[in-house]
Design a protein around this ligand. Sequence first.
Ligand SMILES: [Zn+2]
Length: 280
Amino acid sequence: MNTSPHDLAAAAASRLAAWIAEHAPEGIVVLTGAGISTASGIPDFRSPGTGLWETLDPMEAMSLASFSRDPEHFYRLAMETWLPPILAAKPNPAHFALAELEAAGYIRSVITQNIDGLHQAAGSRQVWEIHGNVRESECLRCGYRGKLDLPAWSAPPGASPAGPPALPASSRPDGASGPPALPPRCPRCQAPLKPAIVLFGEPMSPAFTRAWEAAREAAAMIVVGSSLQVAPAAYLPDLARHLVINNLEPTPADERAELLFPAPAAELWAAVPPLLGLSG
Ligand SMILES: [Zn+2]
């Protein structure tokens, strides 16, 4: 007797849905990482072979030191490499499923290591973005926060991190020719605005403290698309009495997990809401 991949996937979704229904009354929080957003077209820069990160060192491109040293270069490099796929991304079925489960009371909140804002875009309300959100900006001098406004931009074909900046002159707000207005500046004090994300070399955000409390108050946690390699987020599953892990690769917390789903998040989660009587 053969079991088709489709049957196996359906069985996995059923086990996950049953676990969620069982543990929802004790409180479930969900911890998400890059793996939930790969189906939205955002490369996971920790997985080998994604191309971009073999030519660009994320520790350099996304560090406080590089932003502080030359904010214009920081933005030009970002807009030619890691930023456009994030700004263009749309939520996938896993994001929508989590939003639907929250609205129906099955999960309390989402803690995310991602900076893409896709949980909110899918409709999640209680989201702790422990590494910040790239759609927002902050001023390190005066504390101003606001939307991150960048010139309209799409990477030219074959753009490489080492290539010359090629931003269109028409993106200057004053319409004049010449290089566009980078970096964006604080409307209050004119200092360069930093994307509101936790760069390498910065302390954790206050959201991490709130996330820690949310995880401590809930009895159960589901990890989605995180290999749990990055501290301190990697310690959050230690707070859960009941743990489920959905990640393609093994994680250090696997042996504590009651259920393991080494499946693509978007495929697994798309099937869950209908199994709980939701529209899906
Ligand atoms: Zn300012």
